[in-house]
Design a protein around this ligand. Structure first.
Ligand code: PGA
Length: 269
């Protein structure tokens, strides 16, 4: 596990976007249609790139920086497919607090992504179990995620995989933990309830990404980070399973890293 600590949110956003942009650029065909170079772990050159994306407060700066890279430095996203981690059940895609709306507002409306290749689970599906299976199959058919952006909950959740979620879970419907609903209430107008259910990629879906980039800021995430990085690997802290993945980066501000021993926070690996 690589741990990168930066001074503050702006630096974290720049570094996060730079890492996504590197994966996007690496997959982009050159003028002669060639793709490369490959580090051997990437899929065979296919000229397209698959990103897993997160919502929440933390990645907003990364999306802002990606939009800037697109507008000012010509970052081309036309060959990119995206899959979001999760979506609330019962919110239509145009609901102001849906993750569909979030993604349009912060990224999709401002870059050259093909809207048909920018996917989120359908929280309005009549048959949520079928939707979960379909979403999982679509990720597999795309060739799998080259890089997945993650946040982490104060309770150690990743996506909406709350403590207790099985490590072999695939995309599934969940009941949200009260702690999570409380944390997310800040995104909803006063008096409007946070949905109780969501569809989320499972832990096994997340671990299948070729590379994982987890962002965390603020002292309220420090305990979850130390458990994720150094604690026992246990479903009680879903993020701890990331210790099993061969290519994970925790990108942290100093407050989120504040409970890590100094050596762990400064040395990659
Ligand atoms: P946040 O959410 O970025 O809004 O802190 C992260 C999460 O709950 O996964």
């Amino acid at each position: 596990m690589e741990i990168v600590v930066v001074p503050e949110y702006a630096a974290l956003s720049r570094e996060g976007a730079a890492r996504l942009a590197a994966v996007i650029r690496q997959a982009a065909p050159d003028a002669e249609g060639r793709v490369g170079p490959s580090d051997g772990r990437e899929r065979a050159a296919g000229g397209h790139c698959v990103l897993g994306l997160a919502t929440g407060g933390t990645p907003i700066g990364v999306y802002r920086e990606l939009v800037r890279l697109h507008r000012q430095e010509g970052l081309d996203l036309s060959h990119v497919t995206t899959f979001n981690l999760d979506e609330y059940c019962g919110l239509p895609p145009d609901h102001p607090q849906s993750y569909h709306t979030y993604m349009r507002r912060h990224l999709f409306n401002h870059v050259d992504l093909d809207p048909h290749r920018a996917r989120l689970p359908d929280g309005m599906a009549e048959d949520p179990a079928a939707e979960c299976a379909c979403y999982e199959a679509a990720i597999a058919q795309s060739g799998g995620m080259d890089i997945l952006l993650l946040g982490v909950g104060t309770n150690g959740h990743i996506g909406f995989n709350e403590p207790g979620t099985r490590f072999d879970s695939r995309t599934h419907c969940v009941e949200l933990a009260e702690k999570t609903r409380l944390a997310n209430a800040r995104f909803f107008p006063p008096g409007e309830a946070v949905p109780r259910r969501a569809i989320t990629m499972g832990i096994a879906t997340i671990l299948a990404a070729r590379q994982i980039l987890l962002l965390a800021t603020g002292a309220q995430k420090a305990e979850a980070i130390v458990r994720a990085a150094l604690g026992p690997i246990t479903p009680d802290c879903p993020a701890s399973v990331l210790q099993r993945h061969p290519r994970v980066t925790l990108l942290l501000d100093q407050e989120a890293a504040s409970q890590l021993p100094k050596r762990a926070a400064s040395l990659p690996g």
